[in-house]
Design a protein around this ligand. Structure first.
Ligand code: IMP
Ligand code: MG
Length: 178
């Protein structure tokens, strides 16, 4: 798997540092608040699992699944695949995502949660790719910002593969020709 990478953009050690920094900010900001952490499947799952272990607060977790990319590296139509099961009315919702690119996925999820009367809705993303924005959105917590590159690893896939790579990297060109 690692052999398929042309370069590593974020190392495992850097991801650990990001998790520490972001989780301590969240622990501080949500003290005495009813916190519901909602991960966007599948990509947001590894980051979320690492994050919640470092957040020193009582919290509830759930997941939502929205499909946006259809097997390639370009943005497609959005389909809701799985809804959350917890009641978020009057709760403080924190959405965990792997990467924000166009921001279309997030916008849809935020709109849905607003209708359910969450007290507040914020977003934590491991990666931010501002060059891809179609809808203007700045998440409250950002792991790191990357350029206009397609990346894989730590939840992020190319055709459903590479989610288990422990770092974030860019694939070799030859992988796309297969
Ligand atoms: P958005 O709706 O364009 O912001 O897309 C967000 C989703 O697209 C992410 O949660 C990823 O699943 C996927 N995505 C965007 N950029 C990349 C990338 O560079 N690599 C892998 N998946 C990506
Ligand atoms: Mg994806």
């Amino acid at each position: 798997m690692l052999n398929d990478l042309k370069k590593v953009l974020v190392t495992e050690a850097e991801i650990k540092q990001i998790v520490k920094r972001v989780s301590s900010a969240i622990t501080k900001d949500y003290k005495d608040k009813e916190l519901v952490i909602i991960g966007i499947l599948k990509g947001g799952a590894p980051f979320m699992m690492d994050l919640i272990k470092e957040i020193n607060l009582p919290l509830i977790i759930d997941f939502i699944r929205v499909e946006s990319y259809h097997g390639g590296t370009t943005s497609g139509e959005l389909i809701f695949r799985k809804d959350i099961e917890v009641d978020i009315a009057n709760k403080h919702v924190l959405i965990v995502d792997d990467i924000i690119d166009s921001s279309r996925t997030l916008k849809m999820v935020i709109e849905l949660f607003k209708k359910r009367h969450a007290s507040s809705i914020e977003v934590v993303t491991l990666l931010d790719k501002p060059s891809g924005r179609v809808i203007d959105y700045t998440p409250k917590y950002i792991g790191t910002t990357i350029g206009n590159e397609f990346v894989v690893g730590y939840g992020l896939d190319y055709q459903e593969k590479y989610r288990n790579v422990p770092c974030i990297g860019v694939l070799k060109e030859e992988i796309y020709k297969k």
